[in-house]
Design a protein around this ligand. Structure first.
Ligand code: HEM
Length: 399
């Protein structure tokens, strides 16, 4: 067998593939739509239709064992209320409580505050001809927005940033200790914060959540327990900050690589929402997410046994050539279509609208001030995780 004929191989720990996964994803779609990795004992799906079918069949493909590889393969126990890792009836109950924070009205009401924060961040870059697009810009806004959403005072938001970065970036590399430690650190931080908030109630959503009464799974009416609120806050912060920042930073590199399209955007900011959809299609911040099979499944003539880890690859499905013409090409004028960046079905990202509003405003503010920039790829660094994929550092030169 020549090297060219070697069977396609993918795993989430391979750093070379992580740096540039799209040729491997193309081969997975075409040569191994049900790919089995013996070393890590998982199946991977890469075709658009397959992700759509799996994500809507919650009898067969469940989230209750965890939704990322390290959590499932290490059989980690997760705190109750971390509903991204739950199935009905618990998922339905917890999601409906937290979705109160994300109604279209609640999110739209944040717009002018998000714009003020974004302008302040861009103003802070004044006078510098080099900075880090990720660390100095993209990462700042989502943390401050989440801080504002859950009522964390601005002076404490830097601590919050440090805690969640530890959870995500260090955590997903060393699953046994650091992921759990990061979650525990976040929980401890929010516990202290809630002590303070109880003594300083306001009319913000956090205080409302603390008073909220609902029917639980036993049919009794009660308010939320402290540990449930802490878990919700940990989930929102970890799910919502790094992912959004990563999405904005992909816009920084993709627009750098396509200066003609960047110029079009800078000249007509109303093109930004569709352009950001295209950024999320081409470079989804979510590298993989998983389900667990409850029974044997037959797909493309191959059996996936019950109790298997099924890894879903949004970055592969988003470039399926059966779905998009010239699917590898970045094109800000593409019609938006179903992508899997925010998942699909019952676990569809609760913060998708918020993330899109933040990115739109961030890019409007940035492009108004900096219509051109140049990425210093020699010194750019990819994230180290395996669940998300983006830039940990993206140095740029402006002006
Ligand atoms: C570009 C930014 C974002 C991306 C790429 C993203 C991606 C995802 C994905 C892939 C899932 C579902 C995983 C699965 O099906 O197992 C998810 C769920 C979730 N996301 Fe996001 N997310 C983003 C922003 C946000 C924001 C801003 C928030 C909140 C502030 C948020 C909160 C959540 C929550 C609470 C869930 C759990 C939903 C459920 O299980 O029912 N996300 N996100």
């Amino acid at each position: 067998m020549t090297i060219a004929e070697a069977a396609v191989r993918w795993d989430m720990f391979d750093r070379d593939i992580y740096a540039s996964p799209y040729e491997t994803f193309r081969r997975l779609r075409n040569e191994a739509p049900v790919y089995y990795n013996e070393e890590y004992n998982f199946y991977a799906l890469s075709r658009h239709d397959d992700l759509g079918n799996v994500l809507t069949d919650r009898e067969t493909f469940i989230s209750g064992k965890g939704m990322v590889y390290n959590i499932i393969s290490n059989d980690m126990e997760m705190p109750a209320g971390l509903f991204i890792n739950e199935d009905p009836p618990l998922h339905t109950m917890h999601r409906s409580i937290v979705s109160r924070l994300f109604t279209p009205r609640a999110v739209a009401s944040l717009e002018s505050k998000i714009r003020a924060l974004s302008e302040e961040i861009v103003d802070g870059l004044e006078g510098r001809d080099q900075f880090d697009f990720m660390r100095d810009f993209a990462l700042q806004l989502p943390v401050q927005v989440i801080g504002m959403l859950v009522g964390v005072p601005k002076k404490d938001q830097a601590d919050l940033l440090a805690v969640f970065q530890k959870t995500l970036h260090e955590g997903s590399v060393d699953p046994d200790r650091q992921l759990m430690q990061g979650i525990l650190d976040s929980a401890a931080w929010f516990n202290d914060y809630l002590d303070w908030r109880e003594k300083h109630p306001t009319d913000d959503v956090m205080t409302q959540l603390m008073k909220f009464e609902f029917k639980d799974e036993t049919g009794g009416t009660r308010t939320l327990r402290r540990e449930e609120i802490v878990t919700y806050l940990t989930l929102i912060t970890t799910a919502g900050s790094d992912t959004t920042a990563t999405g904005i930073s992909w816009a920084g590199s993709l627009l750098n690589d396509h200066p003609d399209q960047r110029q079009e955007l800078a000249e007509d900011l109303s093109l930004i929402p569709r352009a950001f959809e295209e950024v999320l299609r081409c470079e989804p911040p979510s590298y993989h997410y998983c389900r667990w099979t409850t029974k044997d499944v037959e797909l493309h003539g191959q059996k996936i046994p019950a109790e298997s880890i099924v890894v879903l690859l949004p970055g592969a499905a988003n470039r399926d050539e059966d779905k998009w013409e010239d699917s590898e090409r970045f094109d800000i004028h593409r019609d938006p279509a179903q992508v899997f960046t925010f998942s699909f079905g019952p676990h569809y990202c609760l913060g998708a609208n918020l993330a899109k509003i933040e990115a739109r405003i961030a890019l409007e503010t940035f492009l108004s001030k900096y219509p051109e920039w140049s990425v210093d790829y020699d010194n750019a660094v990819h994230t180290k995780g395996i669940d998300t994929r983006g830039w940990e550092s993206l140095p740029v030169i402006v002006g």
